[in-house]
Design a protein around this ligand. Structure first.
Ligand code: GRF
Length: 204
């Protein structure tokens, strides 16, 4: 059984999708929600559902101090893996190194990004994809490295953009795909824990 922490800064629709999927999986447990925003919409939902929530604001801490506070909390909860779900901070390489898995040759940190990486890395990916001339966009789930949305991709899926779409319609089509794809990755992670074979993580 592995312990997972989900990191979220906002509404937490992906965090919710992950939590409900995790209930059906026998080899892993989401035991902590970490947020850097005391007003994050996801906090109320998590508390109502009996989940442990750690609100760790950056405020006047340096990046290192802030990350050290988070690491201390992760150690207390014996966290093995981290799933970033709309966590709006770039983790330092020192932080990521603490979750380096020698056998995987990757970090035990996964992120979801709303574009077909390497397109539209960074902030406002939906907005930039919407404004582009492309008639499609996509969602990527990837391992985290020290770059901005640059780590090895686990899975990607495309969705269509129609000329009639408003930005909201375009985003909600993408979010629906996020809510399908991230729980699928969690399921693969569950199989990986059982089989200890990295190929299970990529078998989509
Ligand atoms: C999602 O679009 C995710 O891909 C991006 O931030 C957004 C978070 O949405 N990294 P939510 O908080 O999970 O609803």
């Amino acid at each position: 059984m592995i312990n997972i922490a989900v990191f979220a800064s906002g509404k937490g629709s992906n965090a919710k999708a992950l939590f409900s999927k995790a209930r059906d999986l026998e080899n892993l447990k989401i035991s902590l929600l970490v947020t850097d925003q005391k007003d994050a919409g996801v906090i109320q939902w998590a508390t109502e559902n009996g989940l442990q929530v750690a609100i760790i604001e950056k405020r006047n801490h340096s990046k290192k101090e802030h990350e050290d506070l988070i690491l201390k909390m992760l150690t207390e909860h014996q966290i093995d893996w981290i799933l970033l779900a709309g966590y709006m901070r770039l983790l330092s390489s020192q932080f990521i190194d603490k979750f380096h898995d020698q056998k995987l040759e990757r970090s035990r940190i996964i992120n979801i990004h709303p574009s077909l990486l390497p397109e539209f890395k960074g902030l406002e990916a939906y907005e930039r994809a919407y404004e582009s001339s492309q008639d499609y966009s996509g969602i990527s789930v990837h391992f985290v490295d020290a770059g901005m949305d640059t780590g090895p991709i686990i899975t990607q899926e495309r969705f269509d953009k129609s000329p009639a779409d408003t930005l909201d319609e375009f985003k909600s089509r993408g979010l629906a795909l996020e809510h399908k794809l991230y729980p699928q990755v969690l399921e693969k992670l569950n199989q990986y824990i059982a089989k200890n074979d990295i190929r299970t993580l990529y078998a989509f």
